[in-house]
Design a protein around this ligand. Sequence first.
Ligand code: PEP
Ligand code: MG
Length: 567
Amino acid sequence: MVLHNSLPETSERPEEMPGIGIGQGIAIGPVIRMPDPLPEPAETASVLAVDAEGVRAAEAMTWVAADLLARGEKAGGAAREVLEAQSMMAEDPTVSEDVSVRLQRGVTAERAVFEAFAGFREMLTDLGGYMAERAADLDDVSLRVIARLSGLPAPGVPDPDYPFILVAQDLAPADTALLNLDKVLGLITRDGGPTSHTAILAREKSIVAIVGTPDAARLRDGDEVIVDAANGVVVRKPTTAQKGEAQARIAARAALAQAPIGPGRLKDGTPMPLLANLGSADGAAKAAALGAEGVGLFRTEFLFLDSALAPTIVEQQEQYERMLHAFPGKKVVVRALDAGADKPLAFLNDTHEENPALGLRGLRALRASEDILREQLTALANADAATDADVWVMAPMVATVEETEYFVALSRELGLKTAGVMVEVPSAALLAHHILQHADFASIGTNDLTQYTMAADRMLGSVAALQDPWHPAVLRLVAEVGTAGRALGKPVGVCGEAAADPLLAVVLVGLGATSLSMSAAALAEVRTTLANFTLEQARRLAELALAAADAASARRAVAAQAAEYLT
Ligand code: PEP
Ligand code: MG
């Protein structure tokens, strides 16, 4: 005992490890690390004939493809799509051919499979953005095939008989999809950006997660950690006081989730519609059950990320109708394909760009292929006519008044009655008073607006500290749009991740937002928080944020005043 108490201070001191928090959750528990990946198969000569190795490789690839499909069916939702895509990777004829060619050297099937997948991984990584983030998916397929060939268990999540915090290099979709949420209290990954599959699935499943935490390499099995996603930090060996505070926050969040579901409104009764961000109709029922009053951002490009050719009008209409049917009589804001940068679409982005976030993306790419834009708007107008949702359409990445006029005119020509633009580029925010004379509404995309205001790539962990929508520079631009909306009587929504941060949501309302759209998992907390403040208080909080010199001071000033309002 005496010995224990005299342990050096340093070994007991809490250590903070910054990362990218997904959502607003917090969890506490002991660490369990994912087992080390299988070792690289040695480059030894096979004792079998080339043909026999070929049969083994083919059997293993087919088995893994079927296994991934079965896992996808069990998981459902967005996970099913991810696992189906992985299953296709396992059976990709180009990979199989590459394996056959490599077998001719007399190596084992394990080695040939390893090399073939590694080659494709390199190709994906070179493509960057969304494609590079699929590299983890490919690695997982490769490991599964090699495990099958070696007669070893497939790499996967440990399953102890107590709840734990899972720590991994990155998590394969197959693992994220099937996480046992009764056991996995939280998730920490060393790799992965805010748009990696781990992040997307963690958001959808409301898993408390922090990605892009390089320091997590130092975590050991059994270490007690706090996973504070709201503040983007992992605390290793927390103090008793830190643990107490974390437990209180966990209890408060659990209570929030039980709060009655109703339409969003402020304390003084001001309605503040709370809408969902969705990438396909799969999450629609869940969003509606969680009280989404419609859809504030339907990311249509998510439907076609794997399509080599532009989808037909009929194909699109079918997808759009599925979504609209889920929200009868409700507003559904459909965004025209936002292709480029982190979400390239093969049929819209075919040239290499040094700075794709500043390139031919969003409306610029659509305009360069106007036939595709016309087809999308036509499909949407048809779906609108066939359903009774209230369809609004908007253009992504609008930078000028002229682009606004172009998009609104084309939407009307093709039969859509409500057409607006996203405000994601500082130029559009600064000229909102002109833009809103042409557009029926504006929707502020704070993810890109922050990226472009702070000149900080949203995909890069190294500049994550600058990607903070609390930054007063970003909020001043939001205020420009809010003021213009109020002056012209036009709706101004917010559909970036900022709307899912409960206190920031109050500030956004104070800056003039007339609706907020977020991932469905965030609705309960935002709804409850908004109900604590009047419009006048929200405006006062917004003023405090605008007057701050940096994001941290804005957060601090608003939190202090909000606490005072609550007492
Ligand atoms: C945004 O930029 O804030 C936004 C909502 O669009 P996306 O995240 O799809 O770029
Ligand atoms: Mg955007």
